[in-house]
Design a binder for this molecule. Structure first.
Ligand SMILES: *Cc1c(COP(=O)(O)O)cnc(C)c1O
Length: 399
């Protein structure tokens, strides 16, 4: 028998979600990897029955592209975290974003997008959406008046909280209320929290997306996206676009994401502990002008973060007080324990100098000093602090 999970607390539910049914009194702990292209049917009636059930919106597979047991177990585990009506698994976080945009926007439509979103969305806009006659406008959710930016043809409000690079925390309940009042669908990128520290659907969003590539996978060995929607009507729209685009993920990748999910709460708790220690160290450095981490009491988003989030991730950015771009590069090059690279959410620490043109897209940022983004991994935080200290001393000795 599979374990009943109703009424259990989220961490317990996450460990038991999708546990396979025992057969003849025994079986594995984990859901098997069910790989297939063709689904076989006992007879033509069973074949027809599956087609009818799919057409009625049931999550049954009549073909490998629809995904089988491993996919269903992952979808159920994610729905347990995020709440919501239905989950869609996509080959990358970016494809999850593109899926929403293509599913919800038609020629002549307008979308409002927060200026601090994951930057490649702008490329989807400038290539695909513009060609389709869809208008995307970027706005600052903390500086602009949302109500006055909505147009009669606005169909989508797309947010990310905290924002990419500078972790600006948004007032999702307030923004959602304004948009929903005008019939505008609200989608938000929840990658920062892994779905564990933040439940956007409970705060007013209609759609939550994640790059499972990051914290859900947790080991820098997987590309995957997840979209969760709050209603059957949105599930229908997403489903139509998902099928038309031929999206699917492999069962092995669904298995890896499910395996990552089991340890999400403990990994994130440690990422937060380590990042908090590093953020506190950075604040004390004479070379650092500002630390971006919503869990710090001085952060502009701290009050909203405390109200709406139950924890903070391992992402910490900081701005130098006075450093040339070459000195910022020298600092990152001097680090020994931090890899240099994009992405994040794995067990390991990473560092990257933010591109100035990316920073200029964020209205909240007006400085011109270099900014470094750190992903604080699961190493011993004292080793990370020591590494950062020696890199400051090597690249920017305090005078
Ligand atoms: C990485 C990332 C994505 C894109 O995910 P990929 O799997 O790399 O395509 C989307 N949103 C955010 C916030 C991200 O950090």
């Amino acid at each position: 028998m599979s374990t009943p999970t109703a009424g259990l607390r989220p961490a317990t539910q996450l460990l038991h979600a999708g546990a396979p049914t025992l057969r003849n009194g025994a079986g594995p702990v984990n859901v098997p990897v069910v790989r297939t292209s063709t689904v076989r049917f006992e007879n033509t009636a069973a074949h027809a029955d599956h087609h009818h059930r799919r057409a009625a919106g049931e999550r049954v597979a009549s073909y490998g592209r629809h995904g089988l047991d491993t996919h269903r177990a992952l979808e159920d585990a994610v729905l347990g975290l995020e709440g919501g009506h239905r989950a869609f698994l996509t080959p990358s976080g970016l494809s999850a974003i593109t899926l929403i945009l293509l599913a919800l926007l038609s020629p002549g439509d307008h979308a409002l997008v927060a200026d601090g979103v994951y930057a490649p969305l702008r490329r989807v806009d400038s290539t695909l959406l513009q060609r389709l006659g869809i208008t995307v406008e970027y706005f600052s959710p903390t500086h602009d008046d949302l109500a006055s930016r909505l147009r009669p043809n606005t169909r989508l409000l797309y947010l990310e909280s905290p924002s990419s690079l500078l972790y600006e925390v948004l007032d999702l309940p307030a923004l959602s209320a304004i948009a929903r009042d005008r019939g505008v669908t609200v989608a938000t990128d929840n990658t920062w929290s892994g779905g564990w520290f933040y439940q956007p659907l409970a705060l007013g969003a209609n759609i939550s997306i994640q790059a499972a590539t990051k914290y859900i996978a947790g080991h820098s060995d997987l590309m995957q996206g997840i979209v969760v929607v709050d209603s059957p009507a949105l599930a229908d729209k997403l489903s139509t676009a998902y099928e038309a685009l031929g999206l699917t993920i492999g069962a092995d990748d669904a298995y890896l994401a499910l395996r990552g999910l089991r340890t999400l709460p403990v990994r994130l708790a440690q990422h937060q502990r380590n990042a908090t220690e590093v953020a506190g160290f950075l604040q004390q450095q004479p070379q650092v002008a500002r630390v971006f981490y919503p869990a710090l009491p001085g952060d502009p988003g701290h009050a909203l973060w405390k109200r709406d989030f139950s924890g903070a991730s391992g992402l910490v950015s900081f701005a130098f007080g006075n450093a040339t771009p070459a000195a910022a590069d020298a600092f990152v090059d001097a680090l020994r324990l931090f890899g240099i690279g994009a992405s994040w959410g794995g067990y390991e620490s990473l560092a990257l100098v933010a591109q100035p043109e990316r920073l200029r897209e964020h209205r909240q940022w007006s400085g011109d000093a270099p900014v470094v983004r750190l992903h604080i991994g699961l190493e011993d935080p004292q080793d990370l602090v020591a590494d950062l200290a020696q890199a400051f001393a090597a690249a920017l000795p305090a005078r």
